[in-house]
Ligand binder design. Structure first.
Ligand code: MG
Length: 228
C-alpha cells in the first residue's frame, strides 16, 4: 500500500464546525438576549465574515485576538445591532468556551476512522486555536484515533505554509510520498499539500470550481473507504 500516514484536517473535515457553531450561536442568541428578528441576518453575515477573517488569519493579515471578536462584531454591524465592547468580549469568550463542547461530527467520520484504524497511522493538522482543538476531539470521540495533533500555533505558521507540513513529517517520522492529506479547505489543505508533494483528498462540500485537480475528490467522507 502506497500510503502509510494519513493527515486529516479537523474543522469541517471531521468535526462539523458549521453545525456546531450554528447550534452554539443560536443558544447564545437567547443567552445574551439578542433580538430574535435579527438572528437570520446575523447568522448569514457571520458565515460570510467568518470565512473572510479566517483567510486573513491564514495569510497573517489578522491576529488571533482580532479574529476572536471581528467575526461577530462585523456581523452585528451588518444587521445594525448596538453593542458595547464589553458585551463583544463576553460574546466572543462564550463562543470559544461553548462551541468546542459540541460533539457533532461530519457524517461518516467515525465509521471511516474505524475502517482506517490499524491500517494507517493517523494524525491531525489544524489551523484552529490550540486551546480548543483538544476539547473538540475529546468531546466528540475523535482523540483515540490520532497519534499526533499538529497545531499551527505550535509551529508558528499556518497551512498552507510548507513549514507546517515539514514539521508534521518530522514529528511522525514519515515523508510526503507515503502520506496523504485529507481536508475540506482548498487553499490550506489541498494547495498546501500539493505544494509539498503530498497527495491530497479534497472533501468537496460546496460547488466551488478550481482549475487544479487534487489527487482525489470526494463529496462524502464514506467515499474514502473505497480509496483506502
Ligand atoms: Mg477545514
Amino acid at each position: 500500500m502506497k500510503y502509510k500516514h494519513l493527515f486529516f484536517d479537523l474543522d469541517g473535515t471531521l468535526w462539523d464546525i458549521h453545525r456546531n457553531a450554528e447550534i452554539t450561536l443560536q443558544s447564545m442568541w437567547k443567552q445574551f438576549d439578542c433580538d430574535p428578528n435579527l438572528w437570520e441576518g446575523f447568522y448569514k453575515a457571520y458565515l460570510h465574515h467568518n470565512h473572510r477573517v479566517w483567510a486573513m488569519y491564514r495569510q497573517g493579515t489578522m491576529t488571533k485576538e482580532e479574529l476572536r471578536t471581528a467575526r461577530f462584531s462585523r456581523s452585528m454591524d451588518d444587521v445594525g445591532m448596538n453593542y458595547s465592547m464589553e458585551l463583544m468580549e463576553q460574546f466572543a469568550a462564550a463562543f470559544v468556551d461553548q462551541c468546542p463542547r459540541q460533539p457533532h461530527l461530519i457524517p461518516g467520520a467515525l465509521e471511516l476512522l474505524n475502517h482506517l484504524s490499524g491500517k494507517y497511522i493517523m494524525h491531525i493538522i489544524t489551523n484552529g486555536f490550540k486551546e480548543v482543538q483538544g476539547i473538540k476531539m475529546e468531546g466528540s470521540g475523535l482523540s483515540p484515533f490520532f497519534v499526533h495533533n499538529i497545531n499551527s500555533e505550535d509551529v508558528g505558521v499556518r497551512k498552507p505554509n510548507p513549514e507546517i507540513f515539514n514539521y508534521a513529517f518530522e514529528l511522525a517520522g514519515t515523508r510526503a510520498d507515503e502520506s496523504l492529506m485529507i481536508g475540506d479547505d482548498w487553499e490550506a489543505d489541498i494547495i498546501g499539500a500539493k505544494n509539498i508533494g503530498m497527495d491530497q483528498v479534497y472533501l468537496k462540500l460546496n460547488n466551488q470550481r478550481h482549475n487544479v485537480h487534487p489527487t482525489f475528490t470526494i463529496t462524502s467522507l464514506i467515499e474514502l473507504k473505497e480509496i483506502l
